[in-house]
Design a protein around this ligand. Structure first.
Ligand SMILES: *[C@@H]1O[C@H](CO)[C@@H](O)[C@H](O)[C@H]1NC(C)=O
Ligand SMILES: *[C@@H]1O[C@H](CO)[C@@H](O)[C@H](O)[C@H]1NC(C)=O
Ligand SMILES: *[C@@H]1O[C@H](CO)[C@@H](O)[C@H](O)[C@H]1NC(C)=O
Ligand SMILES: *[C@@H]1O[C@H](CO)[C@@H](O)[C@H](O)[C@H]1NC(C)=O
Length: 569
């Protein structure tokens, strides 16, 4: 009997002690198998791998393209980078240098983990972008000589493609603006410092230039004196075709066609959420009903992290306020939407929020104190967290994941890769690519976060997409199409989901254009012991899924396949 008691005491002591050593802040959040709903244990938390100690530039802006290459760039006016341009190429008369023969942009190839230098002509610092339906990156604005520029990057399968700068300019200078791809294939460019307006690319050829820019007073109203706090607004395209726009602590539903605010939502409780009080935002996974083009699905926006107004200027005096610990969810499509607030396991300013193929949200990068800006953030948050939006109990929605060793402060970025990993890079690029003299120096490395679902232990559960039943993988709106996949271990009670993800243009903690749709399944056939055919419905409208290239994933009980690119046309 006393042995039993002793045993219980030892177990009790063990759990009490070990729970005190959990490496994160709020002990109410338990570590469990991330992204997998199964009952068996499994190693939680995922892994980090260093892809490159240095790619020669800092990953400030990132865009994945449909040929599995990722365009990365920082800025042109910070002096020579650590990467030389090829073939004796140079740029002349930049704000910083008479002659600069180094690269400020690279094209990173995901499968081979290699990269090549690109030549961007004018200053792309704090610019914005979106991918055109044909797969080209449309990238706009920046600083000084770059502030009105429109640049294109069209993917190619040899090594010849590079940045092309258009002769036509934006109508207004745009520095810290946000872009979004629209249902008709145009790109809208919203805001920027002192730019309380929006415009489109391509421009309407029938309109006089001045009529091509449209006022947006909401951007003026949300500008705080001096600190601003409303830059890089969060934009999300809604199923009714309107834009959700969030800036500072306010948000609106906006009809950009008729230049009309349709609705203003309640102010988000707590901190401010946009630059330099930088938080982040995603549109949670969109689930729509099959074949009901007229019916609008429920759509929810999530905003996480940020800082108290004043944090930026306090940081200049050496005072670093604790960042926001909250996230808010707003069901934008409700008749009377209200913010539902939740606590993250730790505070975070400058988070990146990346949607994983499973529909969960990966929150990474940033700091626990201060604000965005060089030397304005303190106490890097090395641990990402996973947010599972469908968990019924709020306390179980967040999972703290394994930490990186590299602080990712101001100007860091992240992007989902086609195989389900997350690319993470950049931090605090300093003038002249100076690597000394500050607490968080210039960082030129690239890392990958490898979610737990990629563990070899789940190989038997990992589906492989064999074929997509559509000519050239081109899908029309509302079309039913099939996907043949193979998997060793399929349990009908656990289920298959199919998701499609529009890759984002990520910078300054916001993944522009990011959206994930869960496709309704109409049939699942067993072809043989390990091969299957699932029939799904494509999104019925361009409002739900603007035209362009998407990554298609088959997810088996929380374990996603590598993606296959499809094109919505
Ligand atoms: C960049 O180049 C400088 C000068 O050659 C060198 O000292 C530094 O180590 C390099 N840094 C990285 C991260 O490659
Ligand atoms: C490279 O590919 C592009 C189109 O993708 C083509 O126009 C160009 O001619 C190719 N260049 C070479 C050298 O093969
Ligand atoms: C929202 O921000 C404005 C502008 O800075 C501020 O005056 C207001 O108090 C904030 N509202 C709330 C509820 O925090
Ligand atoms: C790098 O920055 C530090 C701190 O500002 C400064 O002391 C140092 O001189 C700089 N180094 C170079 C090479 O500019």
């Amino acid at each position: 009997m006393s042995h039993v008691l002793l045993f219980i005491l030892i177990i009790f002591t063990f759990f009490t002690l070990s729970s005190q050593h959990l490496p994160f802040i709020n002990h109410n959040f338990i570590i469990r198998r991330p992204d997998l709903r199964g009952e068996d244990g499994g190693g939680p938390g995922g892994k980090w791998t260093l892809l490159h100690n240095s790619v020669g530039i800092s990953a400030m802006h990132i865009q994945l393209l449909y040929n599995n290459k990722i365009i990365i760039f920082d800025r042109t006016d910070f002096g020579p980078s650590n990467l030389t341009l090829p073939e004796g190429k140079c740029r002349f008369n930049d704000a910083k240098m008479k002659r600069d023969c180094t690269a400020h942009s690279i094209l990173y190839d995901v499968p081979s983990n290699t990269y090549r230098p690109l030549m961007v002509q004018s200053n792309v610092w704090c610019s914005s972008g979106a991918v055109h339906p044909d797969g080209s990156l449309v990238q706009t604005g920046g600083y000084l000589a770059g502030e009105k520029k429109i640049r294109l990057f069209t993917p190619c399968n040899n090594d010849t493609c590079d940045w092309v700068e258009l002769l036509q300019d934006l109508t207004v200078k745009r520095w810290y603006a946000t872009n979004h791809i629209l249902p008709d294939g145009r790109v809208i460019i919203v805001g920027g410092i002192d730019a309380f307006s929006y415009e489109f690319f391509p421009k309407n050829p029938n309109k006089h230039l001045n009529m091509d820019v449209h006022e947006l007073p909401f951007l003026k109203e949300t500008t705080d004196p001096v600190e601003l706090n409303n830059l890089y607004p969060f934009l999300h395209l809604m199923p009714d075709g309107n834009l959700y726009i969030f800036a500072n602590n306010r948000s609106i539903l906006f009809d950009y066609v008729n230049n009309k605010v349709i609705k203003e939502f309640p102010v988000i409780p707590g901190e401010k959420r946009t630059y330099p009080c930088t938080g982040s935002s995603v549109l949670l996974p969109i689930r729509f009903a099959a074949g009901k083009a007229g019916e609008s699905p429920l759509v929810e926006v999530m905003v996480c992290g940020g800082a108290m107004g004043g944090a930026f200027f306090k940081s200049e005096k050496g005072i670093f306020d604790v960042a926001s610990t909250t996230c808010g969810r707003l069901r934008v499509t409700d008749p009377n939407p209200q913010w539902v607030m939740e606590d993250m396991p730790m505070p975070r300013v400058m988070p990146d929020m990346i949607l994983l193929p499973t529909g969960n949200v990966f929150i990474v990068n940033g700091a626990q104190k201060g604000s965005a800006g060089w030397e304005a953030g303190e106490e890097p948050v090395l641990q990402p967290v996973l947010y599972m939006p469908d968990e019924p109990y709020p306390a179980q929605r967040f999972v703290v994941l394994n930490p990186s060793t590299i602080p990712r402060m101001y100007h860091s970025a992240a992007s989902l890769m086609p195989d389900g990993r997350v690319l993470v890079g950049g931090s605090n690029p300093h003038e002249l690519y100076n690597f000394t003299g500050v607490r968080y120096p210039t960082d030129l490395s690239l890392e990958a976060y490898i979610p737990d679902y990629m563990d070899q232990g789940y190989n038997s559960m990992r589906p492989t997409i064999d074929t997509v039943g559509a000519l050239d993988n081109e899908i029309s709106y509302g079309q039913e199409f099939s996907i043949e996949f193979s998997v060793e271990l399929y349990r009908p009670d656990r289920g298959i989901t199919v998701s499609m993800v529009l890759p984002s243009f990520t910078t300054h903690s916001f993944a522009m254009n990011q959206r994930l749709l869960v496709l309704p399944i109409s049939n699942l056939e067993i072809l043989s012991s390990m091969s299957f055919r699932v029939t799904v419905h494509a999104p019925p409208t361009t409002n739900l899924a603007p035209p362009g290239y998407y990554m298609l994933f088959v997810v088996n009980d929380g374990v996603p396949s590598h993606s296959v690119w499809i094109r919505m046309k």
